[in-house]
Ligand binder design. Sequence first.
Ligand code: NDP
Length: 480
Amino acid sequence: MKKISNYINGKLVAPKEGQYIDNYNPATGKVYSLIPNSTKSDVDDAIQAAKEAFNSWADLRNTERADWLEKISQGIENRMEELALAESTDNGKPLWLARSVDIPRAKDNFKFYSTAIRHYSSESHQTAEGVINYTLRKPVGVAACISPWNLPLYLFTWKIAPALAAGNTVVAKPSEITPMTAYLLSEICVEIGLPAGVLNIVHGLGHSAGNALISSDDIDLVSFTGGTATGAHIAKIVAPKFKKMSLELGGKNPNIIFDDCDFDKMLKTTLNSSFANQGQICLCGSRILIQRGIYQKFKEAFVEKVKKMKVGNPLNEDSRLGAIVSKPHYEKILSYIEIAKEEGGKILAGGHAVHLDGEQSEGWYIAPTIIEGLDQQCRTNQEEIFGPVVTIQPFDTEEEAITLANSTEYGLAATIWTSDLSRAHRLGNEVESGIIWINCWLLRDLRTPFGGVKNSGVGREGGWEALNFFTEPKNVCIKY
Ligand code: NDP
């Protein structure tokens, strides 16, 4: 069985204590590879390597680091199909999705930041006659980057690329549930001869390897994407040390549909924004709010289409939904469906596991699920389920829609469907959310700030925001 390795100080190495964790293929429910169960000692080696590599990496010209990023991007492009298959096998997502979204985006993350760092500049202020202020932006040091399982390589590289571009060295930990593409990335770094210690990838469990990483006094900043509870735990450890932190956390996103919307476009996109990647995208809309005038029409059309969405083997082109990422997560989603029923919710579609035949008979599949009849304050509408489960709720007025949309502790993303331009701007302003999509969903521009408000996080990724986060500004004032 394939054993994956850590990538420390430029080499692929086994965990020092020789312990491994089973890695499951969610489509079959079977173990198919082994992951290092790294300990503090492995993490410390990686941090030490990153510290030693820091000065020479930081001293490179931006254009030289940009060239390295471009080589990594090219390395991903060269192994696109292999990476897509690995992502699908590890995560359960349809292969067509990994091939069209996850891996191209990972390649683009490096490409984007290789270009961005060439154009990055800092400010200069003419304060008075004979007085000038300028800002130096220096790399911070060793960056700890931790990412989740839902978009494994996509989110892993979304942190690593700007961190490296800005001149930091990195110790990164992917989710132990989906480690394979991070491992393949380390192979790519070895192939292209990335200088030793610049990027280190340590595999292992969050509460051991992850915790050792964020607790180390030798890291200089933390960039984390994952659940809100984990984010709070990390903040407790990192904040008292006054280190920079960026936390991208959970969501409970509203999808607000007004009766003047372009119905067909809205319906098509809402199928995606509800169930893409089995609903396991932090930006999926899980609370669908529909203006009463089209509630019935929407409900009938949506239920009909969702019942036809095929749940199947992720390797089949016609599978619209693949497998749920892990058995515990599968059980968690099913338990939320039970909670929704106990809360009085009516299941309009799905609401159950799907059992496939043959090789996939022990995989973890759930039918896309629509629930009606719940109020906004119930657990189903307040807590993040992070699976193929949405609720639908009617509303009458714009004010009511805004109140419903803002009635959770989260504020990551919101989608608004209307043809009234003024209303679109009003809601764009009023809805408490880091990202607003109007008449579209997941239309990404890598230059824009990415992140959430309230319990969805602190800080922003993307564009200059990420380069600003991964650098320390220093003001220099000169009187001449
Ligand atoms: P978790 O918070 O469980 O884990 C995220 C990462 O943190 C994993 O690599 C995990 O390792 C690691 N980790 C866990 N505990 C610790 C610890 N004590 N110290 C350091 N690292 C730790 O999230 P999930 O992986 O379950 O991801 C799903 C969550 O991510 C959802 O809430 C989703 O909304 C959110 N998310 C947010 C996004 C955003 O941009 N705002 C984007 C995508 C997802 P391990 O897996 O080994 O436990």
